[in-house]
Write a protein that binds this ligand. Structure first.
Ligand SMILES: [Fe+2]
Length: 198
């Protein structure tokens, strides 16, 4: 069931605003949210001015799983897709290093949503580092109408997720993504994002 329908049929039995600003909806003891993307930490490895590109792969990478990441960006009303939204993505390379200096901007990119609010990029599943689960960072900067969104995606089955303080609530689990094989035979994950109006 999509979340919009859930919100309608749940009858809004109980609503509270969490400390992170989400509406929490309680129905039969189950707490969920309306359309919102929970935040995660920016971390120390963000770099400005990453190149605009959809392909973050590189030649000397022995990692096995090439991954396509897709999704759509909406307003928090769950419905209005947002075109031309700038999204920064970054993760560590196969040696667990973040490229902080080189002109290559390895494993970093900037993409924009298309006219339907869709985004995609190609990369690989990065390794875990410093006890953290495998993850990819996302940043959408504050714009005229929307608040900044800083978040991360994780991958289902990663046992390190349990230890991660940033994935501890039910709504954070939306960002733990299932890897499936798409029609082209490529491993793929999907995450829709929801931006809050100012
Ligand atoms: Fe990281």
């Amino acid at each position: 069931m999509d979340r919009r329908k859930f919100v309608k049929t749940a009858g809004l039995s109980a609503i509270a605003i969490s400390t992170t600003g989400f509406k929490l909806i309680e129905e039969n003891g189950v707490i969920t949210t309306n359309c919102a993307t929970s935040k995660d930490m920016l971390g120390p490895f963000f770099r400005k001015n990453a190149p605009i590109r959809h392909d973050l792969t590189y030649d000397d990478n022995p990692s096995e799983i090439e991954l396509k990441v897709i999704g759509q960006i909406f307003e928090a009303d769950c419905d209005k897709s947002l075109s031309n939204i700038e999204l920064d993505i970054w993760h560590c390379d196969h040696r667990k290093k973040y490229d902080m200096e080189s002109e290559e901007y390895k494993c970093r990119g900037k993409i924009f949503t298309n006219e339907n609010g869709e985004y995609w990029f190609k990369t690989f599943v990065p390794p875990p580092y410093q006890g953290r689960p495998k993850h990819i960072h996302y940043l959408i900067q504050e714009s005229e109408n929307y608040q900044e969104l800083v978040t991360q995606i994780y991958f289902k089955g990663d046992k390190k997720i349990k230890k991660n303080n940033w994935v501890k609530y039910p709504w954070d689990e939306n960002r733990i993504l299932n890897i499936y094989q798409n029609a082209e035979g490529i491993a793929e994950v999907k995450l829709d994002l929801f931006l809050k109006r100012k």
